[in-house]
Design a protein around this ligand. Structure first.
Ligand SMILES: CC(C)(COP(=O)(O)OP(=O)(O)OC[C@H]1O[C@@H](n2cnc3c(N)ncnc32)[C@H](O)[C@@H]1OP(=O)(O)O)[C@@H](O)C(=O)NCCC(=O)NCCS
Length: 161
């Protein structure tokens, strides 16, 4: 039997485990250069995650199967919109709909956060991310070349239907 997936805001005591999962997910990504990886890892320690979650509870969502955290979605309120900073799935749980479920859970936070849309970026070579964003109904709105950390990105947006 497959254990059901649940997605909720992260609890303070889970931030150490979440920071480890984010490090395991981000560090090996070949889509980003070393400077980008270094800068992103500094942003997501257990301490910063706790601070983000206490300022805005819906900002840090985690997906769990039983006691295991298998995915995460970090976002922030940005002048009436929601900026999706990172979402990710533990390597051992990919391709099982966790990424899609995290995006659906993020979408459901919009009314409570008084936001009318989500936007985010992805590296243009990130085929897994592109695939799951498109399937969730995100539209590609721009390509930014030679942008953050001198790399190329798609910009995406999503509106409730
Ligand atoms: C992007 C990511 C979150 C998707 O998580 P997931 O739990 O595997 O997502 P899902 O199971 O819902 O969907 C996976 C999708 O990737 C697709 N996919 C997987 N490997 C792929 C590949 N090599 N090429 C193209 N598509 C691929 C699957 O086909 C599926 O898309 P589909 O439903 O349209 O077929 C996951 O790959 C990840 O954590 N990547 C590393 C972190 C990252 O890049 N985050 C996004 C930053 S913008």
């Amino acid at each position: 039997m497959v254990t059901a997936l649940t997605i909720t805001p992260v609890a303070a005591h889970e931030c150490d485990a979440l920071a480890s999962l984010m490090r395991r997910t981000i560090e090996p990504l070949s889509y980003y250069n070393a400077r980008a990886i270094r800068a992103e890892l500094i942003k997501y320690t257990a301490h910063t995650l706790r601070t983000l979650a206490s300022a805005e509870p819906q900002a840090v969502l985690v997906a769990r199967r039983g006691a295991d955290i298998v995915g995460f979605c970090v976002s922030r309120f940005d002048d009436g919109t929601i900026w999706l900073s990172w979402f990710g799935t533990d390597a051992s749980a990919r391709g099982q709909g966790v990424g899609a479920a995290l995006l659906a859970a993020l979408a459901s936070t919009l009314p409570a956060r008084h936001a009318h849309k989500i936007w985010c970026d992805s590296r243009v070579e990130n085929v897994e991310s592109k695939s799951v964003l498109e399937r969730a109904g995100f539209k590609r709105i721009a390509t930014l070349t030679n942008h953050w950390y001198e790399q190329d990105y798609f910009l995406w947006e999503w509106y409730p239907s």
